[in-house]
Design a protein around this ligand. Structure first.
Ligand code: FAD
Length: 306
């Protein structure tokens, strides 16, 4: 079964995991996987370390997902720093373990790099390469940036390049996190007007932790923090700041818990708004945190499959 066969029938639920670095983390995730399968995700995607870092654990997790056969495994893959021969070999390794869904990415350029230092410069070239080398054997997702990718000259040019990924053979879009709902809706209208017909699977970053939320907004993504979300952070502010490892705020622990509770409610509300838009699925960045993700999926009605 391909994810693209499910989209026309109903909205999908999918999860994103990252391969833990340690053996202990891997064992813990092993146990969590059974609980995640109980949510019946249509697919689970596994992130790819920048430039192929941690490839062993990445393949181990994909092997486990594939052999369990409880969901469709999808790999993320970036082309930075890689020649075509390596890419072909790695893609074949995915097929060999039964993984034929891929999120084709360029990857973030490390500081000081002006290009990918590999044979392919953009995700669109990777999509073309996959189609040339493997025909239709892969279902290909590509990244979409509702606020525009951080390096793009304009949102219009970014959308043109997204359309190019479709023309090169991509099957669906998985979006970057976006907390600005008005911008997301505007972007959806713009991509459809630009002739992009691919299904849009919306990436949802649960709000669970103040420091992580601020980091996400200010890091490479540079995404907008809407006023309501800023107020949420301010209301639960931990003094001197949420990044301090030893805060002097006596209420720090209580504030962390109450922020998480409010953040989960915020995330559920956001999903309710996405449901009213032209999206084909919900992709929860699960952050390997089963309990919160299961609760969000259940409360947001994502476990009801009609
Ligand atoms: P591209 O589509 O190639 O776009 C990159 C930039 O180049 C954009 O600004 C675009 O406008 C511009 N551009 C595109 N084509 C052209 C052209 N022909 N000429 C000029 N400019 C052009 N990274 C990881 O390392 N591992 C992961 O597992 C991972 N998972 C991700 C999951 C999701 C859902 C998303 C959204 C991102 C993920 N990333 C991951 C991050 C991703 O690698 C970065 O966002 C990266 O900087 C861009 O990748 P891309 O595929 O969007 O690149």
């Amino acid at each position: 079964m391909r994810v693209t066969e499910i989209f026309p029938r109903r909205k999908t639920l999918s999860l994103e995991l990252f391969p833990p670095k340690s053996e202990l983390g891997m064992q813990k995730l092993d146990q969590e996987l059974e609980r995640l399968y109980a949510l019946e995700p249509d697919y689970i995607s596994c992130t790819y370390g920048a430039g192929g870092k941690g490839l062993g654990k990445h393949m181990e997790l994909l092997c486990r997902l594939s052999s369990d056969a409880k969901t469709i495994p999808m790999t993320h893959f970036t082309c930075i720093g890689s020649g075509k021969e390596y890419i072909r070999h790695q893609l074949q390794s995915y097929l060999d373990i039964g993984v034929d869904h891929i999120l084709a990415l360029r990857g973030d350029l490390p500081n000081g790099w002006s290009g990918t230092r590999g044979d392919l410069q953009y995700a669109s070239e990777l999509v073309s390469f996959i189609r040339e080398a493997f025909g239709d054997r892969f279902t290909i997702a590509v990244a979409g940036s509702p606020e525009g990718h951080i390096e793009c000259k304009s949102i219009e040019s970014d959308i043109e390049f997204l359309k190019h990924k479709q023309d090169c053979g991509a099957d669906f879009i998985l979006t970057q996190l976006c907390w600005d709902m008005e911008q997301f809706e505007r972007w959806l209208e713009k991509i459809r007007a630009a002739g992009i017909t691919m299904p849009v699977d919306v990436g949802i970053m649960p709000i669970l932790d103040q420091a992580a939320t601020i980091n996400m907004a200010l890091s490479r993504n540079a995404c907008v923090l809407p006023r309501k979300l800023c107020e949420l952070i301010t209301r639960h502010w931990i003094f001197p700041n949420p990044f301090d490892k030893n805060p002097y705020d006596e209420e720090a622990e209580t504030k962390k818990l109450s922020f998480r509770k409010a953040g989960i409610e915020y995330t559920i509300e956001q999903i309710e708004q996405f449901k009213k838009m032209d999206v084909s699925g919900f992709h929860l960045y699960a952050l390997n945190r089963y309990d919160d993700v299961a609760y969000i999926a259940q409360q947001a009605g994502l476990l009801e499959r009609n």
